[in-house]
Design a protein around this ligand. Sequence first.
Ligand code: BDR
Ligand code: CA
Length: 314
Amino acid sequence: MTTDVLLDCDTGIDDALAILYGAGNGARYVACTVTHGNVPVPLGTRNTLTVLDAIGLTDVPVHQGAARPMAQPLLTAEFVHGQDGLGDAGIAASTREPAGTLAAAEIVRLARSRPGELTLVAVGPLTNLGLALLLEPRLPELVDRVVVMGGAVGVPGNASETGEANVWHDPEAAQLVLDAPWDVLLVGLEITMQTQLPPEALARIRDSADPRAQLTWRLVQHYLDVYEEVLGERTCVLHDPLAMALALDPELATYRLVRASIELRGERTRGQVVGDLRGYGPAPSDPADPGVVRIVDSLDTAAFHARFLRALGA
Ligand code: BDR
Ligand code: CA
């Protein structure tokens, strides 16, 4: 079974892992579009090309997109992903040129050209998606599914006390995505923090001769250092691969609908996803209602890890 995926990313170590995960688990990449986020957008674009080329996907077009958020200055996260965004592991950069069309325009063009066929997976700040929604308000009818790695519903943030990085990097764009009338799955820290790779899984990656595992082992060293500092354990969290996994195989998890919006004004809380977890009144029933999102309730973490390792040949 293959799924036609349009991936919007800010590559980034775990974005790279998401690309690898998808390639090994039935994603057919129609295109990748790139946003600012982990690194400035020209570097994220280059990194996306580098990862695709490294696994033989040299014909997947990569479109550069937004260079900064809608209403705040650019902030990047080299301390998490390395100065080169790929863990400073000396991975040779692709020399392939990005495609000519800019990301938001390409999202609209592809969605219009194949109405109802594409799965949109967004694993970076949501600026490109927000712009695409402004350009084409019918975008929600034109795509099949939307899966976003973002938010931290009912749990602490990572970019701030309450803010998860992808939402926090462009809160206005995230609000546009939540307000759009589509069934959006928000894969947030409340579930991605449960995806830490155990030592046995890391050992399998280290010991595999498969080039995809070897690439991964090089990519994750910096990530392991960062998580060792943050969590006190030499592990890493598979944020973006989980979004890809649930786009391809929704049955790996169970879900519930919540009403949610983005905090746009708080001095400490700007960029927080505020989910209404009170359970008052009738539960939301239509995922396409503006302001209603799907979040993950429970995850088969073992099955997800097994598919991750399989994609790497580990
Ligand atoms: C998200 O932020 C970025 O650092 C990662 O690539 C991921 O998309 C996690 O909060
Ligand atoms: Ca990302």
